[in-house]
Structures are given as C-alpha cells and as structure tokens.
Design a protein around this ligand. Structure first.
Ligand SMILES: [Zn+2]
Length: 298
C-alpha cells in the first residue's frame, strides 16, 4: 500500500514555498489571460477571468476532495499489457511512464470525504488521454469488488478519451467487464457516485461512467460517445452548439446534478451522509413505526 501523505489544497505543487520556485504566473488555456498561480490554486484551478475549468491531474483532484492524510492507494500495477502486440505501444508506454508520476490512466484507493470513508477512483488524461485498456478495466473492477467487500460507497472521477485503441478488442471488452462489476456492486446494495469531468467520451462514457446511482458533472465539461462532427455526418443534421456539454445532458435528463468545483467536496459529503448506514437505519425503521401507528388507530 502506497500512502500519499499531506494532501492539502495549499500544499499542491509544494505549497506557497514551492510556488515561489515555480512560475508565479500561469496563462489560461481558454482565454489567454495571465493569472497569479496562487490565485488559480485558491480558486480550485478555475480561471477567474473566463471561468474555464483546468483539467486536473489525480493529485490535484485527490487534494481537493479527500481529507488530508486519509488516502491509501490500492491495486497498484506496474506491469505493462500489450495483448495485440500493437506496433510502438511499448515504446509509447515507456516514454509516458518515464515522464509522469503514473503507471496507468487511473489511480484507485480508499480515503475519507468529510470524514466518511469511500473507495475512490480518479482518471488522469495525462496518461494516453485517460483511455481504458486491460489494466484500467481491471483496476476499476477490483475497486468495485473491494468496495463491496468493505461495504464502502464508490466515488469515481471520470476523465477519458474512451477505449484504448492500442489494445484493440481487449479494450472494448473492458466496457462489459466494468459494467458487470458495477452491476454486482449495485445488486449488493452499494452506492456509486459518478463524477463526470472534462472530457468524458467514448467507451468509458458508454460503460461505467453513466452507471452511477447519482451522476454529477462539472460545468461545461465535454461529455459524449462519438464526436459531434461524426454524428452530424452520420445523421446529416446540424447539432446545437452546446451539444455534448454537461448543461445539454442535464437538460435532457442524463445527469442528476451539475456542481461547481468549489462546492464538489461539500455536495459529495452531503450525499454520502444522506446514504450513510445510520441514515439508512433510520429510513428503514420509519415504515415499521408508521405501521405501528396505523395498527393503533384500528
Ligand atoms: Zn481564462
């Protein structure tokens, strides 16, 4: 078990001291505006000038959501899986592993959100666009199995370009595998909260991402299966500008909530509390009490 210590929003990138050694200012990728690095960290990596949501790596996401010093990583795989011996895949994989602090496109583990223990998964698009191959599918599946064993809810932060083409049919099979894992977990009574972030597309959106009991999205995230242009060409029709955004999907009933990043931890904490064992017990007791009062009236 690898424990990542000291998660604290102000300690990201080495805290304020660390900031001094890095660039003091950053450029917003959306509006081009120059913002003080400290200000953007304080604003949860949302640009104050244009409201653009910076795509987060797994450490930033965990630091914002998981209580400090509670995260413990599970199912760490350092192996490499190349089921169809795709040309250049191994080299590409090795090159990414040497550059960033990740072995795969997802990090899973357990941790607390506002004092409530959960199993958490965070996808990271720095690793091959957060695509799902055999190892990502296995990690997602094991996360749900572990959650069922430990009777914990699952919170998943999704960010993905879809299935990993370098693994061919084996990556597509992960859609069925992860969907089956969610189904087993659900039948056992587990709570699964899926948080869709920018971008959530392809085979991941078509499998576990949309199987949450509660589906939350960050504002203005790109969420969809095939690209907009491909659909337009197929159906020969112009699609609305906001097609495949959180807001469009919310209007059409695919998403339960759109939550601003600064409120995400609070909202998740509240949902977990409502569905906690204590609250469940109270909820189950209520019909019995109502029955008793009905009988006394008879
Ligand atoms: Zn901006």
């Amino acid at each position: 078990m690898k424990k990542i210590k000291g998660f604290n929003r102000n300690q990201i990138n080495g805290g304020v001291k660390g900031l001094m050694s890095q660039n003091l200012f950053v450029k917003c990728k959306a509006c081009g505006g120059i913002i003080e690095r400290k200000k953007i960290i304080e604003n949860f990596y949302v640009c104050k000038l244009c409201g653009n949501y910076e795509v987060l790596d797994y450490k930033k996401r965990l630091a914002m959501i998981i209580d400090p010093d509670t995260f413990e990583e599970t199912n760490v795989y350092t192996d490499f899986c190349d089921p169809i011996k795709f040309p250049g895949y191994r080299e590409k994989h090795e090159s990414i592993v040497s550059k960033i602090d990740l072995n795969e496109a997802i990090v899973t583990g357990s941790g607390c959100i506002s004092g409530q223990k959960v199993m958490v998964g965070v996808m990271d698009i720095r690793f091959m666009m957060g695509s799902m191959g055999v190892i990502v599918g296995e990690k997602v599946t094991r996360m749900f199995e572990d959650a069922e064993k430990e009777k914990l809810p699952v919170v998943m932060f999704v960010a993905s370009g879809g299935a990993r083409m370098q693994e061919g049919i084996f990556s597509l099979m992960q859609m069925a595998k992860t969907a089956a894992a969610v189904s087993d977990f659900s039948e056992a009574g587990g709570l699964f909260i899926s948080v869709l972030t920018n971008p959530t597309t392809g085979g991941v959106s078509a499998s576990f991402a949309f199987l949450g009991d509660i589906i939350i999205a960050e504002p203005r995230a790109l969420i969809g299966f095939a690209g907009k242009r491909v659909i337009e060409q197929t159906i020969n029709e112009k699609l609305p500008d906001n097609f495949q955004t959180s807001e469009f999907l919310f209007e059409h009933g695919y998403i339960d909530l759109i939550v601003e990043r600064k409120r995400l931890k609070e909202v998740l904490g509240n949902i977990l509390k409502i569905h906690s064992k204590e609250n469940n017990k109270k909820f189950r007791q209520r019909p019995a009490a109502e029955n008793a009062s009905m009988r006394s009236e008879e």
